[in-house]
Design a protein. Structure first.
Length: 329
């Protein structure tokens, strides 16, 4: 996210849910409706919010909430099957009604900006999920917006028909048939901002990067993004040496070997650090620095935040040579 990062602590509290329905809503996309096992009301959420789902191996995946926010008896999510991912989407696609899941409470790192007077929503593939709820709220409130939905083909565009019926001409669909030369012209769309306009982008990294470049001349704080990815863990880089970090709360020293991220070492230690992309793009693993200097490798923090040496993205960033980082953990 390009909004100011918040120090993240992942709650260990889990809510047991039962799959009430599982439905194919597009090619390689499955929608799940989840209801609480205890029958109690679910926590409210706002457009852009997501829940985390625990997998059998103890890892987690984040999924944006869709559907009605007024119904506190269920949460709905949609998952794209990624055959080249780490297995989370395959597990989710195999679920059937009656299966149980453990989830977190909703968290929102991608909210609508209430000061904006015009909203441009740009989705790529399954990136439509957080933007659906945004469009619903904006439409219900009579606020100005446009939604650009990019997908490979109409068959890959989940929920497109219902959004076209609901939002009419506010929805623009673009299909590239998998050809890079037919990709949507984001630079043209975002060439000049309207007065009070904010843009929200969710989709593949290439799309997000193109949108970020296209809005580099926009007023500060008007570009917002959330990246979804099941990219593999970083591979060993022989140019990176191992190093030591210190946990500020206990003075415990941890060794980070070459080719492994600080995040992975912290997770193996059982520390509750929230994360998602593991590419320095989402901002969820932002962690405080008590002392030491960092080589920032993320695309989340701005120049001022990096220069402050007060926070870092532990999924990709590392200490400068000879430095020992004391983390606020």
């Amino acid at each position: 996210m390009d909004s100011s990062p918040v120090l993240c602590r992942m709650s260990n509290q889990r809510r047991q849910m039962r799959v009430r329905s599982a439905e194919s809503v597009a090619r390689e996309v499955k929608a799940l409706e989840l209801v609480p096992v205890d029958g109690e009301s679910l926590h409210p959420w706002a457009p852009g919010a997501h829940i985390r789902v625990w997998l059998p191996d103890g890892d987690t995946r984040a999924y944006s909430l869709i559907g009605s926010r007024s119904d506190d008896t269920r949460y709905s999510i949609a998952i794209r099957l990624d055959e080249h991912g780490r297995g989370g989407s395959r597990y989710m696609h195999a679920l059937v009604p009656g299966d149980l899941l453990a989830i977190s409470d909703p968290r929102n790192d991608f909210p609508l900006q209430q000061t904006a007077t015009f909203h441009t929503l740009v989705a790529g593939g399954i990136g439509i999920t957080p933007l659906m709820a945004m469009a619903e709220e904006l439409s219900s409130d009579g606020r100005r917006f446009r939604l650009v939905y990019c997908a490979r083909t109409p068959d890959h565009a989940a929920f497109l028909d219902q959004m076209q019926q609901r939002f009419g001409s506010n929805v623009v669909a673009h299909f590239d048939e998998g050809h890079a030369k037919r990709a949507f012209d984001i630079a043209k769309l975002l060439s000049e901002p309207n007065a009070g306009e904010h843009v929200y982008v969710c989709g593949p990294k290439g799309m997000v990067d193109a949108a970020r470049r296209s809005t580099s001349h926009w007023p500060e704080g008007t570009f917002h993004t959330e990246i979804f990815t099941n990219a593999p863990l970083p591979t060993e880089d022989e140019t990176d040496e191992g190093f030591e970090i210190v946990l500020g709360s206990s003075d415990e020293k941890l060794q980070v070997p070459p080719g492994k991220s600080i995040l992975r070492v912290l997770l193996e230690k059982g520390l509750p650090v929230e994360y998602y992309c593991e590419q320095g793009s989402c901002g969820l693993c932002t962690t405080g620095i008590l002392s030491g200097l960092v080589e920032h490798r993320d695309v989340v923090l701005n120049d001022e935040e990096k220069a402050s040496q007060k926070i870092m993205q532990v999924c990709v960033s590392r200490p400068l040579p000879g430095e020992v980082l004391v983390l606020d953990l």
